[in-house]
Design a protein. Sequence first.
Length: 80
Amino acid sequence: MGRHYDLSRQMCNYFCNFIKAGDPNGPDADGSQLPTWEPYKKEAPMGMSFTEHGAVAIQEKDSDYIRFHVEHIKNRLKKK
């Protein structure tokens, strides 16, 4: 199918695996193994980014998403 369908399927499978077993990792609906979603730890803040190429594990402190929000919060605090 299309990449949007594949991405949606991956996201749903992570959430269903977590609901069923308390762990998002496991098989995808197509039988393949999902990319490993590591637990978040303070010393290793891991996350999952859902891209046009599928799920990709990322280290949160290096993500554009986290950098954007940190800068946004800093700027808002400076204005107060």
